[in-house]
Design a protein. Structure first.
Ligand SMILES: Cc1ncc(COP(=O)(O)O)c(C=O)c1O
Length: 452
């Protein structure tokens, strides 16, 4: 199998950087100006993680493409890391948002859209009761609080290398000796996550059974398939075991479908008939307008009433002034009803298959020890010969230097990948031409790397 020559990689990366600098004088000027008032020249420090010496500044985005301030157009396979999985500015969402802008953005009162948005989510995920937030992070935080209150247990359990937003309890990982440690890069943890969290490897049913047996876990918080360390799919039977063990130990099961909404209109839960106690969603459900939601089983919804009194309902640690605002509910209703439809998935899935086949062809042609995994409308390559079975295996195969070269080479050829890993996401507006554009760019970048 072909190995990557590091010297060659560095030479190519330098050439791509020079090409990038040459093509982006306006972005560079804006970045230099922004450096005076924004740390790293960006409104949120994550945005420094793009490949290249500075991020491209966006002039406009529409459908599956965007244009930068230097007049260059890109195929967007990152789609705001799922926030714009609908494509940028889907018409039904835009119309609903425009209408609502004229009728009040936020008034801390319900609108008719709220009930329909909840009904649409209930239909898709099989849970009857819903609450709305501004982000998936908030939805996860509130779901965890509810789980603690309802079970009167202190801990949560997550899978190694999970990501559920900026939720303190989830920034935990496993050391080699099996003890829990703060995840690398964890900034200012409130308490040692070992106090709040148990961690097991994804697909490890024995470890799950052992950790739940302690009887102190309020909830397992899990993506149905890991998507944030590349895609790691569940083994056959894993979800049955997870549900069975959580039920037997009185532990609640929260499935975070924020990314796995790529599996189908009702996420992985809907596609595979899973029966969680709670579901969390966010990002794409508002077509890009800040939105999140969590759904509860009938039993949990009934218990909600007993948790607090009317007098204290606004100070319990669950809520937010702008949560459930009229604008995001209008966006969610329109997006679920008219954009992320079963028909849209029928368009997006074959495109993800096409992307996967294109990348596989290039990998095989160059005999590279890499592998592609797909989940519905999302696909991703790992620098591994076989699909990873857990987060640890997937994380061990990360190659930051190689990723940055490939991402920058894609960007220089008009394709944007998500900066955090090698993921491509399809939107209803993505076309076969867009996908083929990536395949051609990938072929060129890989050929340059391996053909001495
Ligand atoms: C599975 C999952 N849950 C929750 C979140 C948090 O979403 P947000 O940052 O929009 O709150 C993310 C973000 O990537 C995610 O991947």
């Amino acid at each position: 199998m072909t190995d990557v020559d590091r010297t060659r990689l560095q030479t190519l990366a330098a050439a791509e950087t020079a090409r990038f600098l040459d093509a982006h004088p306006r972005s560079r000027a804006l970045h230099n100006r922004a450096l005076r008032s924004l740390p790293g020249g960006v409104p949120m420090h994550w945005m420094t993680k793009w490949p290249g010496p500075f991020p491209v500044f966006v002039e406009s985005a529409r459908g599956a493409r965007f244009r930068d301030v230097d007049g260059l157009e890109y195929v967007d396979l990152c789609l705001g890391d799922t926030g714009a999985m609908t494509g940028h500015g889907p018409q039904p969402t835009l119309e609903a948002v425009r209408r609502q802008l004229e009728r009040g953005i936020t008034h801390m009162l319900p609108t008719e859209d709220a009930a329909e948005a909840a009904e649409l989510l209930a239909e898709r995920f099989g849970l009857p009761s819903w609450q709305f937030t501004l982000s998936a992070t908030d939805a996860n935080r509130f779901a965890i609080r509810l789980a603690r209150a309802m079970t009167r247990r202190p801990r949560i359990l997550v899978f190694d290398y999970c990501y559920h937003g900026t939720v303190d309890e989830t920034f935990a990982t496993l050391r080699d000796d099996g003890t829990v440690a703060p995840r690398r890069g964890n900034i200012g943890p409130a308490v040692d996550p070992a106090v709040t969290t148990r961690v097991v490897e994804f697909n490890d049913v024995d470890a799950l059974e052992r950790e739940l047996a302690a009887g102190d876990v309020a909830a397992v918080l899990a993506e149905p398939a890991l998507t944030n360390v590349g895609i790691v799919l569940p083994d056959p039977g894993f979800h049955d075991a997870l549900r069975d063990l959580t039920r037997r130990t009185g532990t609640l099961l929260i499935l975070d479908e924020t990314h796995t909404l790529c599996a189908g209109p009702g996420g992985y839960t809907g596609e595979h008939g899973l029966r969680p106690d709670m579901v969390v969603v966010g990002k794409a459900i508002g077509g890009g307008i800040p939105s999140g939601a969590y759904g509860l089983s009938a039993e949990l919804a009934g218990r909600l009433e007993t948790l607090t009194t009317l007098e204290d309902i606004d100070v319990g640690g669950i809520g937010g002034t702008l949560a459930g605002n009229a604008l995001s509910l209008a966006a969610i209703r329109a997006t679920l009803r008219d954009v992320l439809t079963p028909g849209a998935y029928a368009t997006m899935r074959p495109l993800a298959e096409r992307w996967t086949a294109g990348v596989e062809r290039v990998i095989e042609a160059h005999d590279l020890p890499w592998h592609v995994t797909r989940l519905g409308t999302r696909a991703e390559y790992h620098f591994l010969t076989a699909p990873p079975r857990n987060g640890r295996e997937a994380a061990a195969a990360t190659d930051f230097e190689l990723e940055r070269y490939l991402h920058l080479a894609m960007l220089n050829r008009g394709v944007l990948l998500t900066p955090f890993h090698n993921m491509a996401l399809m939107s209803p507006a993505t076309t076969a031409t867009d996908v083929d554009c990536h395949t051609a760019a990938f072929e060129e970048a890989v050929a340059a790397l391996v053909n001495a």
